[in-house]
Design a protein. Structure first.
Length: 454
């Protein structure tokens, strides 16, 4: 299938070996299907589409694995983040922010320095102290929890953060947006009582479904990973947590599998894989119980009886990371994003310079409504303008001539559905706004009668 170089034992200081990739199939039919999938995946490669659509870049002059978000990619990312934030606020989360570095002692307390040092960048000296750029967000949320005396009446706390973290990855493992050195996790932590755990997990899973479905992902594979041979926490708390995970999925009626003994040493988890447009599965969302950090940070709450007890901490992510989910999204849609996510929702194509002012007036009116409409520079012949809009995956375009100027209308063409007829400007922008708000494609016909209808 392919060959590649690989250092012995992953050490770039060791000798280079040749790695051979191959597959084996039961019959020619399976092989044919696999080849078709690979051809389709190649056409959807987010690295190629990111360059072609001017969404992002990796600038080697700045260092590998560091993402530069170009204006159009930033529009998409902003839409993703704004939707994510509002969904969390509506679900009862508080949004928080935390620093990008911390004293090394924090990472020793959390255990990351002992167990995750290979995935962390080197430390830096600051006024006779040692600081570490963060590979995780969770220790910061633990410190915020510990900042005050907590009562059982206060719980649960639901804190969400789009927190950028930095992890050391060998240069040979970096891969577009899928494997990077700096990325933004859609992190959240729930601190709750033991008897609140199942309800909180159910709510997390409902929120996960709500967010993923907005982006067109509604087919999942779920797996519960249970207690490994080496772990922290009592038998009772592990049993209660695993029961809560199973109970939450049973309550929702979701099918799942069991991965016995594959949980983290600090708690069991649910992993959710989404299925994209060509049938590939991607690990994104996770719900993870943690008995370790509350112990390490000595997190407590005062119970109804006045005793000090440990809260249960739940880590959860829905996208996994903004970068990786963005790459998956681009590949699943082959760059042809839905209207609500498209960096440019409509492009106006002026036939003559005489209509350019009219086009810019429409674009300004659209911008005030929160819509993303741009005007083609009009330096090309009309067929080239149309082709450019198609290649840029613009969902809606309008050819604007003297007739449209005189009548105050716009002739609309959908990239996916073809000609939709003529609209009044207000009618068109109202329809675009509705589609943007409801995350649906524009499919209604124009509100201006044709000559035959007149």
């Amino acid at each position: 299938q392919s060959v590649a170089g690989a250092y012995w034992r992953g050490d770039e200081k060791r000798e280079m070996l040749q790695r051979i990739y191959a597959t084996a199939w039961k019959d020619p039919k399976q092989l044919k299907a696999y080849k078709k999938l690979m051809e389709e995946a190649k056409k959807r490669d987010h690295r190629m589409l990111g360059k072609k659509l001017d969404l992002f870049s990796i600038q080697e002059d700045a260092g590998g694995g560091l993402v530069f978000w170009h204006p159009k990619g930033s529009v998409i990312r902003t839409k993703m983040e704004d939707f994510w934030k509002q969904q969390h606020i509506d679900a009862g989360y508080d949004l928080v922010y935390s620093p990008h570095i911390a004293n090394l002692d924090l990472w020793k307390t959390s255990g990351h320095f002992d167990f995750y040092a290979d995935g962390m960048f080197d430390q830096m000296a600051v006024e006779d102290e040692t600081y570490q750029i963060k590979p995780m967000n969770c220790p910061f949320h633990c410190l915020m929890y510990k900042d005050d005396i907590r009562s059982y009446r206060d719980l649960p706390f639901r804190w969400a953060e789009l927190g950028t973290v930095y992890r050391y990855e060998r240069s040979g493992t970096l891969h577009g947006l899928f494997r990077v050195r700096g990325f933004t996790q859609d992190d959240a932590h729930v601190f709750c009582l033991p008897d609140q755990l199942q309800d909180e997990i159910v709510d997390v899973l409902k929120l996960t479904k709500s967010i993923l479905s907005r982006f067109g992902f509604d087919k999942y594979e779920l797996m519960i990973s249970t207690r490994p041979e080496k772990s922290v926490g009592s038998d009772d708390i592990w049993e209660a947590a695993e029961s809560a995970l199973r109970g939450s999925l049973d309550e929702l009626g979701w099918d799942y599998g069991l991965d016995e003994g594959d949980g983290a040493f600090y708690g069991p988890k649910i992993d959710l894989k989404i299925k994209d447009a060509i049938g590939r599965t991607w690990q994104c969302s996770t719900v993870q119980c943690d008995f370790n950090l509350p112990e390490r940070f000595d997190l407590e709450y005062v119970s109804a009886e006045g005793t000090k007890e440990r809260p249960i901490m739940v880590h959860r992510a829905i996208f996994g990371s903004i970068e990786r989910f963005f790459g998956i999204l681009v590949e699943s849609y082959a760059g042809d994003l839905p209207l609500w996510l498209a960096p440019v929702q409509m492009r106006l194509l002026p036939v003559t310079d005489a209509v350019k002012d009219y086009c810019h007036d429409v674009a300004r009116q659209a911008k005030k409504m929160g819509l993303r409409v741009e005007v083609d520079r009009g330096n090309e012949r009309l067929p080239k303008q149309i082709r450019n809009a198609e290649q840029s995956r613009v969902p809606v375009m309008s050819v604007v001539g003297m007739k449209e100027l005189e009548e105050g209308t716009l002739a609309v063409r959908s990239r996916k559905l073809g000609d939709l007829g003529s609209f009044t400007v207000d009618g068109l922008l109202s329809e675009l706004k509705r589609c943007d708000d409801e995350a649906v494609e524009m499919d209604v016909m124009g509100d201006v009668p044709t000559e035959t209808e007149k």
